[in-house]
Design a protein. Structure first.
Ligand code: KIV
Ligand code: NA
Length: 264
């Protein structure tokens, strides 16, 4: 795969072609995921749950994210690497700048921050200083304690309207990408049309420009019950490389996510 850049993702959106995103946390998975033609590797703070066995993503530190981003960067074969800024690492714009710099120096090409309109200042500053950002909206696991659980977001018309406004505002602030987690498919479709930047979805229906899953979930390795939006690609393929390729193909041909993976 040629090196994927922000421009590649924008070109996909403009051409109406879907792109695939998967998490990876180490060199071996980064190699396999990028070799399967998956455009973006997300070094997600989901590593707190998947690798560390924590109950939430809150215990993950910047040091953890730096270590895993460095490992992913060594195995990567041309995918765009997006790294999560962990809990409280962007609580102020100064913190955001210092911690995003560490992730970029570890090998990230873009950083992801969870929030809504309050992210505008940090996003503007990072973008101005040359660090592309992805704004993660909808279900934001770092705020699980305030949300009162992992629930679908934007279900009532007031919060849906607010999410659309915030998406447009964060694009204007300089966000290079949006990620929508667990929002109704129609709302995700509306947001995808409302902004020019690429929109990645997880549990957000088939209309977003890209799709993301946690790699351990789609390989059927997760010991706990997986959410409705997960599909086990190992079940029909039998080996990891084929499962990764099947996921990339299913995202591109629009067969994943199907109705059964989607919230109304
Ligand atoms: O940390 C992660 O894996 C994520 C995805 C679930 C979007 O943020
Ligand atoms: Na995350």
């Amino acid at each position: 795969m040629n090196n994927v850049t922000l421009h590649t993702l924008s070109a996909c959106k403009q051409a109406g072609e879907k792109f695939a995103v998967l998490t990876a946390y180490d060199a071996c998975f980064a190699h396999a995921v990028s070799e399967a033609g998956i455009e973006v590797i997300l070094v997600g703070d989901s590593l707190g749950m998947v690798l560390q066995g924590q109950d939430s993503t809150l215990p993950v530190t910047v040091d953890d994210m730096v270590y895993h981003t460095q490992s992913v960067a060594r195995g990567n074969q041309g995918a765009l690497i997006m790294s999560d800024m962990p809990f409280m690492s962007y609580a102020t714009t100064e913190l955001a700048m210092a911690n995003a710099a560490r992730l970029m120096q570890a090998g990230a090409h873009m950083v992801k921050l969870e929030g809504d309109r309050w992210l505008a200042d940090a996003i503007a500053l990072l973008s101005e200083r040359g660090i592309p950002t992805c704004a993660h909206m909808g279900l934001t696991p770092q705020t699980v304690n305030k949300m009162g659980g992992y629930k679908v977001q934007g279900r009532d018309s007031e919060s849906a309207k607010q999410m659309i406004e915030d998406a447009v505002l964060l694009e204007k602030a300089g966000a290079s990408c949006l990620l929508l987690e667990c929002v109704p498919a129609l709302l995700a479709e509306e947001i995808t049309r409302a902004v020019e930047i690429p929109v990645i979805g997880i549990g957000a229906g088939a209309a977003t420009d890209g799709q993301v899953l946690v790699v351990h979930d789609m390989l059927g390795l997760t010991p706990k019950r997986t959410p409705k939006f997960v599909k086990n690609f190992m079940a029909d393929t039998g080996d990891v490389q084929s499962a990764l390729r099947a996921y990339a193909i299913a995202v591109k041909d629009g067969s994943f996510p199907a109705e059964e993976h989607t919230f109304k």
